[in-house]
Design a protein around this ligand. Sequence first.
Ligand code: ATP
Ligand code: MG
Ligand code: FE
Length: 335
Amino acid sequence: CYILAVETSCDETSAAVVKNGTEVMSNLIASQIETHKAFGGVVPEVASRKHVENITLMLDEAIRQAEIEPDQLSAIAVTEGPGLVGALLVGIMAAKSLAFALDKLLIGTHHIAGHIYANRLVQPIEYPCMALVVSGGHTELVLMEREGSFQLIGQTRDDAVGEAYDKVARALGFPYPGGPHVDKLALEAAESEHLPRAWLEPDSYDFSFSGLKSAVLNTVNQHKMRGEEGYQAAIARGFQESVIEVLVEKAIRAVRATGAKQLLLSGGVAANRGLRASLAERCASEKIALVIPPFKYCTDNAAMIGAAAYLKWKQGSFSDLELKADPSLSLEEWL
Ligand code: ATP
Ligand code: MG
Ligand code: FE
């Protein structure tokens, strides 16, 4: 089964061919980061326009690099949500047109299911398992009792981790997207500025990062008012330590409480080196099987969409040409 997958939910235009939901034959990504940098974040209108410019070339290249004929495709998968509605629409229109022209099946796919199933590109998944989703718009603990079942047991009550990283990065003087800059600075820092941790209620799996973000902004302002310099590294490290401690602790507790056989890390912030290292260390000492996608499958890409779409392919559940973009598509109800 060859699935051609399309991802345009935010600021990456991506197309991939994935065989049997596990083998990446090609994975093309056109990032719009350079375009959006000037604005300090993603501008939806600009994102849509850029997707339109890039999508056709991405699709052609994905098929060409996979070294298959369009005829050999089994289905065309596309992210239907969540994401920016105008950005999603570009991918959906392209996927529909191609499905119609080539007479192929169409599979509407959930973006976060994609982030989670990026782990299937690494190794088989054992159920029940727990996914820690950390991305630009989501911070969730998802229990998967069996393939295709998604149960949200915790989520952020305010900012997503990636969003907090990007805002903190901006306060420290880094361009969008700031996550990787904060990660690097934190790992190089000699000292750490202590910042609060938001544990919420003792039994809660929810998260909150807006208090931490405000604490960072206040600390930055205090340093600025005192005319100090070179304070950024200690703040980056303190921020990263606070984020990681809470994420790791809650994820481990969720695994223990549910008897999950694996912990899957997913989403753009899964590229964070500090988080990867801390989780690996804790999981090793607690004898929990941890799966982490390679860096290239952490941030937005179409290969992960091909991996998730394979679930629907196996179920024989397909979309028709009425498929619509759904900016707030529910993960629990997707399959
Ligand atoms: P969502 O997946 O929730 O719809 P999104 O698709 O915009 O949101 P992703 O592409 O999954 O988000 O992830 C992008 C986010 O990951 C950005 O906020 C970025 O700063 C963050 N990120 C990327 N690399 C790192 C890193 N090394 N450390 C921390 N954050 C990172
Ligand atoms: Mg992005
Ligand atoms: Fe994403």
